[in-house]
Design a binder for this molecule. Structure first.
Ligand code: F6R
Length: 244
């Protein structure tokens, strides 16, 4: 586990984007796992800037996103399909990009997503954000770690946190389709990006607490190649305990 400190959001975005740049340069036909949410927006802006300057070519890269809300069509403005198109895909040149279908509730369609990842040789670098509940993708705290892509009920805290993107809390979907912990852990490298004091306690638990499905991100302690890029605010609780 490599923990890298960034001064602020912008610095975190640049430092984390560099890992993606390096991955694409090292293996131009790599498979990237991508995330939505507020955290990676600055990172995507940096990738777009490098692409526009001709420094980063995604023409042989395939991407697979972590998750999607159930019941939202790809053109719905709050869907993760729409988010990815707006924030990244329409500005760059991926060979192909995949977001799980929000209409793919049935197990067969979920299994098909994992099969597509496997057929493409697995994920080389998986980008992750960290939820306030300790979730990664939409794997919420529970009694066991999930394996493959599946449908989940979102935690109340996640619905609350994500209501900022919707007109009202009632509009936030209650279910999502998400890559499982097994899918994520199979990635060859993992890049976790975290910012803000609001994530400081959960980041400490995830990286230094017991590995437990009650804190799904804690499983990352068992991954052989994880880089965490976190800003000073997000690292504050870890620093306070003298762990960093
Ligand atoms: C998004 C995802 C989620 C977010 C997490 C943090 O695809 O899978 O796990 O990464 O909820 O969200 P933000 O970045 O909005 O704080």
């Amino acid at each position: 586990m490599r923990l890298i400190e960034a001064l602020d959001y912008q610095d975190m975005s640049r430092k984390a984007a560099r890992f993606i740049l390096d991955q694409v340069k090292e293996k131009p036909d790599c498979v990237l796992g991508l995330a939505t949410g507020s955290t990676p927006i600055g990172l995507y802006e940096q990738l777009i800037e490098w692409h526009k300057k001709g420094e980063l070519d995604f023409s042989r890269v395939t991407s697979f996103n972590l998750d999607e809300y159930c019941g939202l069509a790809p053109e719905h403005e709050q869907s993760y399909h729409f988010f990815m198109n707006e924030k990244l895909f329409r500005h760059v040149n991926f060979e192909s990009s995949h977001v799980p279908s929000g209409l793919a509730e049935d197990a067969e369609l979920c299994a098909d997503y994992d099969r597509q990842i496997a057929d493409r040789g697995g994920i080389d670098l998986q980008l992750l954000g960290l939820g306030h509940t300790g979730h990664i993708a939409f794997n919420e705290p529970g009694d066991s770690f999930s394996t493959g892509t599946h449908k989940v009920a979102l935690a109340e805290e996640t619905i609350e946190a994500n209501s900022r993107f919707f007109e009202s809390r009632d509009e936030v979907p209650r279910f999502a389709v998400t890559m499982g912990i097994g899918t994520i852990m199979a990635a060859r490298k993992i890049l976790l990006v975290v910012n803000g004091t609001g994530k400081a306690e959960i980041l400490k638990k995830a990286l230094f607490g017991p590995v437990t499905p009650q804190v799904p991100a804690s499983i990352l302690q068992f991954h052989p190649d994880v880089v965490i890029v976190a800003d000073t605010d997000a690292l504050s609780a870890i620093r306070q305990e003298g762990l960093f």
